[in-house]
Design a protein around this ligand. Structure first.
Ligand SMILES: [Zn+2]
Length: 428
């Protein structure tokens, strides 16, 4: 026994000495240079970047870094090495009625049109829409930025499943069934009628019968089903109903921080079994607990300027906006947001739980996302640097930064091709 123990100690001593030597051999400058090389070689895919309805207008010209709050532009993407972004057709949850659905559909179509306008009319030599995983690689190799389209909230389809076909034809490649608030497709992780930090009160108890049809249609046309924002049971129902791998486009891990928007171990393990991917999101309040005093100060600020949702910001006069931002800056200075290390903690946890083949990254830029160190496309390298510091290899970083997502996308394409559904409707 003694001899065995001695052998073990010797082995540990040797291996730690070898480790110390390697760590010592690489200077900070060398590590940064190595990370820079990795960052330049891998394809970086951010699966969640919101766009306002005026994307592609003078107010948000993707070639001209403009006002604060706009966190992604083509020049800052080039500067920060952010290759591909899923631009989001998001519509907020409203009334479950014919008129509510019609107005949501019109809002969704405005966003689809804005993305096509930017890529096809304004800057076709700089950015191109990818419809397949192979497109992403081809466009990136050609030196252009890659735009993909994700749908956040299935609300705009109303009760017409065929609208999923239309969304596919307009380039939609993932479909998040719910946003904040339950809808006709299923229960959300957050219930609009209650305090958002409380657990949601069920409406359907998971995915509705119509929601199941939506999952099936996404599979048939070749759209990735997305469980981010869905309630736990809805998420598990989506995974169970889907015939192809599923994604969580922008969420955190509940095991690191217990927030309704984060994924439980049970959901993460179900994603692994389904060969899907969970994209960890750089969203301050999902990454770690916000200091109580900061939460109180932020709430008071919103009340002072009568801001109930993001769109209310547009109602402020220029002077009010200036005053609001000065006060918001004071709060941020006093209590800084979560940082890249917090994001990496969620990545580490999820990699340990479900493996490096099932984890990815999302920013939620322009939609409340952004953290200290990654607060815009221009700072994207910092995420890679942190992963390198934590010991991830180039192969692992390539998977996390987009390889896994592209694998799922290709699997979803393959399943759809087998169904011949698009062929039947004359769309291949
Ligand atoms: Zn979201």
């Amino acid at each position: 026994m003694k001899f065995k123990a001695l052998l073990l100690t010797t082995a540990i001593l040797f291996s730690s000495a070898a480790w110390a030597e390697t760590a010592w051999a690489e200077t900070d400058a060398e590590l940064i240079a190595r990370a820079r090389g990795i960052h330049d070689r891998v394809i970086t895919v951010d699966t969640h970047v919101d766009i306002p309805p005026n994307y592609g207008s003078e107010a948000y010209d993707p070639m001209k870094p403009g006002p604060r709050g706009q966190q992604v532009h083509i020049p800052t993407q080039i500067e920060g090495g952010l290759d591909a972004t899923f631009l989001i057709v998001y519509v907020g949850q409203g009334e479950l009625s014919t008129i509510g659905y019609a107005s949501a559909l019109s809002d969704a179509m405005i966003k689809f049109a804005a993305i096509h306008k930017v890529a096809e009319k304004m800057y076709p030599d700089k950015i191109e829409i990818a419809y397949t995983a192979d497109d992403v690689r081809r466009i990136n190799a050609a030196g252009k930025k890659v735009a993909l389209i994700g749908i956040e909230n299935g609300y705009p389809i109303g009760e017409d499943i065929d609208l999923i076909d239309l969304f596919y034809d307009y380039g939609g490649r993932y479909f998040g069934h719910t946003h904040i608030g339950h809808n006709q497709l299923g229960d959300s992780s957050m219930d609009l009628s209650r305090n958002l930090s409380e657990p949601a009160k069920p409406l359907h108890g998971g995915l509705s019968a119509l929601g199941k049809e939506a999952v099936k249609r996404c599979n048939q046309v070749g759209i990735m089903n997305d469980i981010s924002h869905a309630g736990k049971q809805t998420a598990l129902d989506i995974i169970a109903a889907s015939k192809a791998p599923v994604i969580a486009s922008h969420s955190g891990a509940k095991g690191v921080f217990d927030h309704p928007r984060n994924l439980s171990d049970e959901e993460l393990l179900a994603l692994k079994k389904n060969n899907g991917v969970a994209q960890m999101v750089a969203f301050d309040t999902y990454l770690r607990a916000v200091p109580k005093d900061k939460a109180a100060a932020s709430k008071a600020l919103l009340e002072e300027f009568n801001i109930k949702e993001m769109s209310d910001m547009g109602k402020l006069t220029p002077d009010q906006l200036k005053a609001y931002r000065a006060k918001a800056d004071e709060i941020e200075l006093k209590w800084p947001k979560a940082g890249v290390k917090d994001l990496a903690d969620h990545i580490d946890y999820t990699v340990k739980l479900i493996g490096v083949d099932h984890v990815g990254i999302a920013s939620d830029f322009n939609g409340g996302g952004g953290i200290v160190g990654w607060n815009g496309a221009g700072e994207t390298f910092n995420v890679t640097l942190e992963l390198v510091k934590r010991g991830y290899t180039e192969d692992q970083i390539a998977k996390i930064w987009g390889g896994n997502l592209l694998r799922v996308m290709a699997d979803v394409e393959k399943y759809a091709a087998k169904t011949k559904y698009n062929k039947k409707r004359g769309k291949v």
